[in-house]
Write a protein that binds this ligand. Structure first.
Ligand SMILES: N[C@@H](CCC(=O)N[C@@H](CS)C(=O)NCC(=O)O)C(=O)O
Length: 213
């Protein structure tokens, strides 16, 4: 059985969960309590020596790093346009995965951490880091907008791992008070993806677990 380890406020964890949900991979989801330090306990370090979420344990095969996990799960599930096999198509999906993780997610991480997580864990807010994150988004959101003006999804007209990667990075926009209204194509695409069953099966909205009874 495939076991996924994550935390509901972790964008890389949600990326992995969304990918598994889209692929329809049977799995068990295990919440790792970062606040109590469960990710630093020997039991979890045996699964992920980096001491971070997400990670997977697929019948004794351990893997960490969300993008590596998503690509592994695509291979596990078999060929599909979601992660195309054709050289150029796969290269373009990989390009968006790197862009989503290295630029969008790192910008969002700065803003989300300081606007949401830091107050929650009573840590000082780093306003300069928020400003840097906002500047990074101001540079990169127009790139996404332009792609989505041209096509329904980031790579052509079908959903791919590229969309899931970038959607996961942009999930906490509402919580982190990031205004996407200057980017109507992103707003429309986000709604289209978030309305789909595979997304709703993971969560109706980002951090739904925080308000669930
Ligand atoms: N590059 C990693 C990032 C993993 C990561 O930074 N996870 C954070 C949560 S989003 C974490 O576990 N933080 C706990 C810590 O650093 O102690 C991935 O894509 O999986």
């Amino acid at each position: 059985m495939l076991n996924i380890y994550g935390h509901f406020l972790s964008m890389p964890s949600n990326k992995v969960r969304l990918c598994a949900s889209y692929l329809g991979l049977p799995h068990e989801y295990n919440h790792v309590d970062l606040q109590s330090g469960e990710h630093q306990k020997p039991e979890y370090l045996a699964i992920n020596p980096c001491g971070r979420v997400p990670a997977i344990d697929d019948d004794g095969f351990m893997l960490n790093q969300s993008d590596a996990i998503c690509k592994y799960m695509c291979a596990l599930s078999g060929p599909s346009p979601f992660y195309p096999e054709e050289l150029h198509e796969q290269a373009v999906v990989n390009q968006w995965i790197d862009f989503g993780t290295q630029h969008v997610l790192s910008a969002m991480g700065r803003i989300f951490f300081n606007r949401v997580v830091a107050p929650m864990i009573k840590q000082d807010v780093d306003e300069a880091s928020i400003e840097t994150g906002l500047q990074m988004l101001a540079r990169d959101l127009p790139v996404i907008e332009a792609a989505l003006v041209a096509h329904k999804y980031l790579v052509g007209d079908g959903l791919s791992l590229a969309d899931v990667t970038v959607i996961a990075a942009l999930e906490p926009c509402e919580m982190a008070k990031i205004d996407l209204s200057p980017y109507p194509a992103i707003v429309k695409w986000r709604k289209t993806v978030m309305d789909r069953d595979f997304y709703q099966r993971v969560h109706a909205h980002f951090a739904a677990e925080m308000t669930a009874g």
